[in-house]
Design a protein around this ligand. Structure first.
Ligand code: GAL
Ligand code: MG
Length: 973
């Protein structure tokens, strides 16, 4: 039997115990002036919490996860299922427990002051001892815990602080988020001191009208408050004094004792600069607590944004405007340090999101690092702040379990207490995927009383009825709802709440098909207001290939091209030897683990374009301002006229002075030549001045309009022989594998998890057997008839090779049986000789695009090295496609190579890999590039959709059975 009362209590299996000895959460930032305790701590990892401490000490860096710092307890990934079998509230007997210890020199000048220890975050149970004496307990792996050490430490003397972190607990059952499981102290630890008379909390309410109300909670460590204390404020140099009316009411209120100090600062700021995500105007507020003689005993610093959030009818309004929510779900993630993220990293996350048109973040699925909210205030994001509650595996049991009632209210209320002063936070979320029960209603009740200024959302409640006013969600916030259902709801006449999907467009692998279709509908349908893409990060952990260990802090540097450093790979579920795991489902973000944007980011950027080309009319090009609050004066533009002859003309663009929602026509800056085929006009929009998140000249969007359509090219037949072999395969000096029919692609995660690729496999599309039926040579060239047999059907294929001026024209036909009603592609594949390393094309680009993800890739003359065409998705899959390609050249440095012209804009890909190469590899580093290029020319290519979690692509992006026809010409350069 242990003599340690904290251990004897067994708090890891007591859901009712959410804390002991912990101070109330508050919004006073104590980081500045504190004594940081980050760095190496003595460390030992016990196999269970009640095991005695006493083995040998190693060291561990705080903040950080021990799972990434050389212990044998490695990260593991499960999505829904718990990593252990015990039923809530139980946890396994084998329960890694990290003991962190260090000496702290308590400054001598802290004599007489109140001394507080703050532990930023520990998962999942934190036990605190000082000099062997029990101090307190805390749970919630994503919120700080504070403990009063005043009587326990002696200023001027060292104290031994021990933080014991128990990994598995009753709390793990409500922290079952879809992410890696770690253990450790993942946010900073610090010690600070205050005067005994201190600000216990400060609540700032700043309204769009300019009204500012600051409520201060004042306490004295000695108990009764001293006579005559008062509070002052300073807002951007303006002095604020206590609201006398509030004081009078307080003085007359006999319920108010001398132990509870309350004061209010009240003012109205004339001509206030209001806050919104586009122009995040902030004011500096300093709150000071004084003794009667005027001396300042405590100071609290805040950045204030004046803004209102309201729901009117079915619209969510910010400052009275129905803003579109262009959101993303963000976890605290880093490929070296797990959940420990630096200021620089968080800033880089948000800067990137701003540059790609995002204006909102859902802190999936727990309160993120406090610094993130400061940055969101400053850079301009709308934040849905989510409580650390997800009981996915045992959702139904826990939602109504009274043993967990405290935990629900504790987690939600502490989040609100911490983050209430951030203008960026516009909605509170009760958590994620925890069914819906009385525990949620209890937490919602607390929030409604404490903070009536913001709406609440909870997907688990919304699921019971999008329009039901009784449910604890003010927003209809489904996840992965089919677009048709959203539109139908908005048109039904039944809608009562704003519809903003808390998760949509699952970004796993090569994904996010139909994002543009979503936004076309959202912008056109009153009642739809946007959503949050799932998710920002691919959570690949940098892993050494040699020993399978996480590279960890100080490990190999990160590249910025999406690929792991040499000798490393991005680990996903199963890579640390776990037998129970959910594989690559952890890699489902719009950025790679090194924050390299995936192609979908460009798609999003264009969909979110602040300025757009509406149409081309006789008076000129009609431009529109798609922002909610800003004019166009912060933007600069340049026109590009893209002509089919290979030229691109540029001219400076004068952007009109437009208020949000306005349109105006500007003159067409070019004489468009009378003929010569297609002509496109692009507006290259950049920042005109430095923005906090983008230097001047940063490209923001490339709206484009077609000025003239395609001209039909005709090839002139010539009298020459085309050589085919006995199998009817084209013989050509530039090709190492002749053009054959392809109906398959390396399954994307969507294809795989959406059950689409298994059908292809059952039809045998991944290994079609070609049989030549006839080879006929005639006046027009050679006609080859072949059959491609799958296991359940045969495709008839014909190629007609006609010699034309400078090359060969290949006209193809494929007849798909009805049984092959949903194939990946119908097209041609061939391989080229080595050395052709540059692709230049006329079509959409320059980034990867697919039929249902091509809104962000304007038509132009593009030029990209072959190796840079490929997107290194963590689990290799179909990648590198370019949509709408008219013609291209593949060339060597000496300008030799080949040129292909297509009959129509087609999907083309040029990579170093055959589809089967990609399919066979689990990680990018296993891929062996082929010497030449693998070229696909597709008559039709299936959309990507999002079926790994959510809807498949729209029917219009499917490849139909029946007859497909396409043609192309091949010429040597
Ligand atoms: C949602 C869940 C997320 C994540 C996503 C799939 O159901 O809320 O945490 O699991 O699906 O990647
Ligand atoms: Mg989940």
């Amino acid at each position: 039997m242990t003599s340690d009362p904290l251990i004897a209590l067994r708090p890891w299996e007591a859901p009712e115990v959410t804390s002991w000895g912990r101070l109330p959460m508050n919004a006073v930032d104590r980081r500045s002036g504190a004594l940081p305790l980050d760095g190496d701590w003595r460390f030992q990892l016990l196999s269970a919490p009640h095991e005695p401490v006493g083995g040998s000490w190693s060291s561990s860096y705080v903040p950080g996860a021990w799972t990434l710092q050389g212990t044998d307890d490695l990260p593991r990934y499960t999505n829904v299922r718990m990593p252990f079998a015990e039923f809530p509230p139980a946890s396994p007997t084998a329960n890694p427990t990290g003991v962190y210890e260090r000496e702290v020199d308590v400054p001598a000048e802290w004599a007489g002051r109140r001394i507080v220890l703050q532990a930023g975050a520990a998962e999942s149970v934190l036990l605190v001892h000082v000099d062997g004496r029990p101090v307190g307990i805390s749970k919630d792996s994503h919120l700080a815990a504070e403990f009063d050490l005043t009587g326990l430490v002696r200023p001027g003397s060292p104290a031994t602080v021990r933080l014991t972190v128990v990994k598995w607990s009753d709390a793990s059952h409500i922290e079952d988020q879809d992410q890696w499981w770690h253990g450790g102290i993942t946010r900073s630890v610090l010690l600070y001191a205050t005067d005994p008379l201190y600000l216990a909390d400060v609540t700032v309410r700043a309204r769009y009208s300019g009204e500012l109300r600051v409520d201060c909670l004042v306490r004295d460590a000695g108990g009764a408050l001293p006579e005559g204390w008062y509070v002052t404020g300073e807002l951007d140099g303006r002095l604020l004094t206590q609201d006398a009316e509030f004081d009078r009411a307080n003085a007359e209120d006999e319920r108010v004792s001398g132990f509870l100090g309350e004061a209010r600062l009240l003012t109205v700021v004339p001509e206030v600069r209001t806050w919104n995500a586009e122009t995040p105007e902030l004011y500096d507020l300093t709150v000071r607590l004084h003794r009667a003689d005027g001396t300042v005993t405590d100071t609290s610093y805040h950045r204030v944004g004046f803004r209102d959030v309201t729901i009117v009818g079915r619209d969510l309004l910010v400052n009275g405007e129905r803003v579109f929510v262009r959101g993303v779900n963000r976890h605290d993630f880093h490929p070296l340090t797990g959940r420990t993220v630096s200021y620089e990293d968080m800033r880089a996350d948000l800067v990137l999101l701003k540059r790609f048109g995002f204006n909102a973040i859902r802190t999936a699925h727990y309160p993120n690092d406090p610094t993130l909210y400061d940055l969101a205030d400053e850079l301009g994001f709308y934040v849905v702040d989510e409580a650390d509650i997800e009981s996915h595996d045992h959702a139904h049991e826990i939602a109504d379990d009274p043993r967990y009632l405290n935990a629900f209210v504790d987690r939600v209320s502490r989040m609100v207490l911490r983050d209430k002063n951030h203008p960026s936070v516009i909605i509170w979320s009760l958590g994620n995927e925890s069914d819906y029960g009385a525990n949620h209603d209890a937490a919602a009740g607390w929030v409604r009383r404490h903070d009536p200024t913001r709406p609440i959302q909870y997907e688990g409640a919304a699921k019971r009825g999008w329009a039901d006013p009784e449910l604890a969600s003010d927003i209809a916030c489904p996840m992965y709802a089919p677009l048709e259902d959203c539109v139908a709801h908005a048109l039904s006449g039944e809608q009562t709440k704003p519809l903003i999907q808390c998760e949509y467009s699952h970004a796993m692998g090569n994904s996010n098909g139909t994002l543009a279709d979503h936004w076309a509908a959202i912008e056109a349908t009153p009642g739809l207001q946007g959503g949050f893409i799932w998710e920002f990060w691919d959570h690949g952990i940098l892993q050494r290939v040699s020993d399978g260990r996480p590279a960890g802090r100080g490990g190999a540097g990160l590249h910025d091209n999406g690929v792991a450093a040499p000798g490393h790979r991005w680990a996903y579920g199963g890579d640390f030897g776990e037998s129970v795991h959910d594989g690559a489902f952890i890699a489902d973000g719009v950025v790679f683990p090194d924050r390299t944007p995936k192609p979908v980011m460009y798609e999003h950027r264009e969909i979110a374009a602040p300025v757009r080309i509406e149409c081309f009319r006789h008076e000129g090009i009609v431009l529109s301002n798609h922002q909610h609050f800003r004019g166009l004066d912060w933007l600069a533009g340049e026109w590009e006229l893209v002509l089919a002859d290979g030229t691109t003309l540029t001219a400076p663009a004068e952007l009109p002075d437009l208020c949000p929602g306005e349109t105006a026509a500007v003159p067409l800056p070019f004489e468009v030549p009378r003929d010569g085929g297609e002509a496109w006009l692009t507006l290259r929009v950049t920042t005109a001045e430095d923005q906090p998140w983008a230097p001047r000249g940063t490209e923001l969007c490339l709206p484009q309009i077609r000025l003239r359509g395609l001209a039909v090219a005709t090839d002139v037949p010539v009298d020459r022989r085309v050589e085919v072999d006995a199998e009817g395969l084209l013989v050509h000096p530039l090709l190492t594998a002749a053009p054959t029919l392809s109906l398959w692609r390396a399954p994307t995660d969507n294809d795989e998890l959406g059950g689409i690729a298994p059908r292809w496999q059952s039809w045998g599309l991944d290994a079609l057997v070609r049989k030549v039926v006839s080879v006929r040579e005639g006046a027009g060239g050679v006609t080859v008839e072949a059959e491609y047999a799958g296991t359940t059907g045969v495709v008839r294929h014909r190629q007609v090779f006609t010699p034309v001026e400078g090359g060969i024209r290949v006209a193809e036909e494929a007849e798909l049986p009805e049984a092959f009603d949903d194939v990946a592609r119908v097209g041609t594949v061939f391989e080229t000789v080595a050395g052709l390393d540059l692709l230049e094309w006329f079509g959409q680009g320059p980034w990867e695009s697919y039929p249902d993800r091509s809104a962000g890739a304007p038509v132009g003359h593009h030029r990209v090295p072959v190796d840079a065409l490929f997107t290194p998705y963590l689990r290799p899959q179909e990648s590198g496609g370019r949509h709408g390609v008219r013609h291209f050249t593949l060339s060597a440095p000496d300008a030799t190579g080949l040129r292909v012209a297509l009959d129509r804009p087609r999907q083309v890909s040029v990579t170093r890999y055959r589809a089967e190469d990609l399919t066979a590899a689990r990680h990018h580093d296993e891929l062996v590039p082929r010497p030449g290029c693998v070229v696909h020319l597709d008559a039709a290519h299936r959309g990507l959709g999002t079926a790994s979690c959510g809807p498949d692509t729209a029917p219009s992006y499917l490849v139909a059975p029946g007859l497909h026809r396409w043609s192309w010409t091949l010429r040597a350069l």
